[in-house]
Design a protein around this ligand. Structure first.
Ligand SMILES: Nc1ncnc2c1ncn2[C@@H]1O[C@H](COP(=O)(O)OP(=O)(O)O)[C@@H](O)[C@H]1O
Ligand SMILES: [Mg+2]
Length: 287
């Protein structure tokens, strides 16, 4: 195995919600994402997964406050970026460009009355102000094709699309600026299992092809075991166990990890089955 090559590292990160009484949502978390890998972040609802993800992408808003720790992005040109210190233009150039995020429930957050094309163009207008209309159109078509949607759908409005299709659009938007890291927060939780498998297969394929690293967040640990390289298990704001997917599956150490493993009876096969079984690629309907 080649030596780990970190792209994003969090060290001793603590995040609180400054409400009364304060909520210590993330407690002293250290986590490293290596270039090109899928890191699964598992844990029950309320354990702090989304808060941590927002912290790593500098998206926290009051009353959330990062009270300690450091977050460093290791750019592909070898430069280290102190994520916590970013502001103004530096922050704008960082988000979407270096790290993009597919938000929890995002497929319901697309503006229903603005065409998909306009929403994709909006990203280019903000981040690539000099880009020609022709290039924007070509790139938008390319993005839809990448996520398995016919480019003719660009003129659709989100309200005309199914949940699975909207989620593919969100992934296309997250890919727009060719980021090195994608954070996916419960990207398939609201979808039925067949659609979920189709989308996960797509994410795996894109990752192979484009080489970005993924932090994949879900409460579904068995699913993570099938798709992740490494997994971190979070409980009440802390990472209580971390290991390769194989280790977490075969020799879970923490009682909580064992509990999460048994809470989804769906896991029967070997690692990888989740994306291999079911209909063949191209056969499943995109709903
Ligand atoms: N705006 C907020 N104000 C106060 N507490 C919050 C806020 N948002 C989240 N929390 C609390 O922070 C903790 C972690 O939440 P979250 O990061 O959303 O967990 P997860 O994504 O794992 O479900 C929970 O206890 C939640 O109630
Ligand atoms: Mg969440």
């Amino acid at each position: 195995m080649s030596a780990p090559d970190p792209v994003l590292s969090a060290r001793n990160v603590s995040i609180e919600y400054e409400v009364d009484p304060p909520v210590k949502a993330v407690r002293n978390v250290s986590l490293t994402l290596n270039r090109g890998e899928i890191l699964g972040l598992a844990g029950e609802s309320g354990c702090g997964k989304t808060t941590l993800a927002y912290g790593m992408n500098r998206l926290l808003k009051a009353p959330a406050l990062m009270t300690g720790g450091e977050i460093v992005f290791h750019d592909r040109d070898g430069r280290d970026i102190d994520v916590v210190a970013l502001d103004g233009d530096g922050l704008r150039a960082f988000r979407w460009d270096k790290i993009s995020m597919v938000f929890q429930g995002a497929m319901n957050s697309l503006n229903p009355v603005i065409s998909v094309r306009a929403q994709i163009f909006d990203i280019f207008d903000t981040h690539r102000p000099g880009m020609s209309k022709k290039d924007k159109q070509a790139r938008a078509e390319e993005l839809l094709t990448l996520v398995g949607v016919d480019p003719s759908r660009l003129t659709s409005f989100p309200h005309e699309l199914s949940g699975g299709m909207r989620q593919r659009m969100m992934i296309a938007m997250a890919l727009a600026l060719d980021p090195q890291v994608m954070i996916m927060d419960e990207p398939t939780t609201a979808l039925d299992v067949v659609v979920q498998r189709g989308i996960i297969r797509e994410i795996m394929r894109l990752r192979e092809r484009l080489g970005f690293a993924v932090i994949f967040i879900t409460h579904d640990l068995p699913m993570l075991i099938e798709i992740s390289d490494r997994i971190a298990v979070m409980l009440q704001g802390e990472i209580v166990e971390e290991g390769t997917a194989e280790e977490i599956y075969r020799t879970p150490q923490h009682e909580y990890t064992k509990k999460l493993l048994s809470s989804f009876p769906s896991l029967k096969g070997e690692r990888g089955d989740f994306v291999r079984t079911g209909s063949q690629p191209g056969q499943e309907e995109i709903r």
